[in-house]
Ligand binder design. Sequence first.
Ligand SMILES: NC(=O)c1ccc[n+]([C@@H]2O[C@H](COP(=O)([O-])OP(=O)(O)OC[C@H]3O[C@@H](n4cnc5c(N)ncnc54)[C@H](O)[C@@H]3O)[C@@H](O)[C@H]2O)c1
Length: 469
Amino acid sequence: MSDYPSTNGTAADVVPPDAVWQLRERIRTKQAVIGVVGLGYVGLPLAVEYAGKGFETVGIDLDADRVDRLNDGSNYIEDLEDDTVRSLVEEDLLSADDGFHRADDLDVIFVCVPTPVTDNNEPDTSYIESATEAIAERLRPGQLVVLKSTTYPDTTEGVVQPILESAAEERDLTLGEDYFLAFSPERIDPGNQEYTTANTPVVVGGVTETCSTIATEAVEQIVADVHTVASPKVAEMEKLLENIFRSVNIALVNELARLCDRMGGISMWEVVQAAATKPFGFMPFYPGPGLGGHCIPIDPHYLSWIARKYDFETSFITLSARINEDMPFYVAESVVEAIARQPVRMSDADVLILGVAFKRNVDDTRHSPAETVIRQLRDKGVKNIRYHDPHVDDYQVRYKSGETADIPSVELTPETLEEHEVAVIITDHDDLDGEMIAEHAPAIVDTRNALEGITDDARREKITLLGGG
Ligand SMILES: NC(=O)c1ccc[n+]([C@@H]2O[C@H](COP(=O)([O-])OP(=O)(O)OC[C@H]3O[C@@H](n4cnc5c(N)ncnc54)[C@H](O)[C@@H]3O)[C@@H](O)[C@H]2O)c1
């Protein structure tokens, strides 16, 4: 192994092979111990992937419940197979820790902690900072740190690197020679059976060329297709582009869906399906009740924030956020209209929300548009709101007053449908029984075209389709 790249081509930066060689060897021979900080929707599947490839993998999380469950061999992420998690734990390939007790053993450390926004929609990098501080405290030669949390360009070099460097200086360790740092964004798409952690290409950008090389080799252990870019900033920006691309395109179809409703007689769903027959230059996006989850509604704010520091206004982000954030209000209006068409007072009306997860076939309710729809309906005087979601056992909504209320969950039966004046399809889970809903609900607001298969006039008349014209 004589092909170690220099960090920037100067003689002073030529990398001494020891730490580099040893770490590469440990990765290549699967002796490297993998640490995954943050065992959530991103971290646990990643840990399972490495453990499944034969790497001893230690997950670290502050949530004692998650740690205990994992050490008991119990899976809590829907997309993962229970048996896979249990057998990896039984084989001692996968374990969890509520702290960095085994920090010295870890060769490669992935950081998969949350990146929320503050009340002012500014980046909250405190989770990244505290995880990095914990790593820095125990940093030793031969460790690679890979940040995976979605964040604004310059977080790796501007936030993580200085924390590691201040600890490294005390120990006389040099970045790119003794320890290594890279950013590699996560692309997991919960609920997607076709593309998983294993078969989705991954982008990697190291702080130095050596960092890139080692991080690429580490990621290649679980993913065949790794695309290495020039720097962490490119990788950070690339991830935001992916998410903003979705946000902007969804906003475009949402706006046109509302236009179709105003004009009447044009279904936006049919329009998109027709446009999608073009084999080049078009990618279908569909209208919906608003964005949800931990990524698409949040991440664009990270870029807007950093852009403002450069006196730059990211107009596409602002505009698309405004359109998408207005969608649940628009849906609530449709529900109120559907109630008003029936002989019932708003305060006596019963509304059934079908699906509170933010998207199809997942149990994640973070930032789900269901919450805003429910809040709005409450504000309009609708008191009796229940939900059905086969993926979500309990659901709470925080009202503007600060009060948090449990929304009662009900089974989906002909009787429950008949007992509610309006059924509102927010999430089109695969197991939603469209025939039953169309048959028994007095009125339906369908925000996902989930009842596309219902074609007879009598039942179609009961359906208000978002963007249906
Ligand atoms: N969920 C997704 O589909 C998805 C997809 C791509 C990228 N991302 C990004 O990945 C990151 C993680 O998202 P997630 O959905 O997995 O979050 P999550 O909330 O499901 O999991 C994060 C975990 O980190 C733990 N944690 C927080 N601070 C910690 C610390 N200092 N030390 C150890 N553990 C700590 C939490 O207890 C939690 O279990 C975010 O930046 C998100 O934007 C998420």
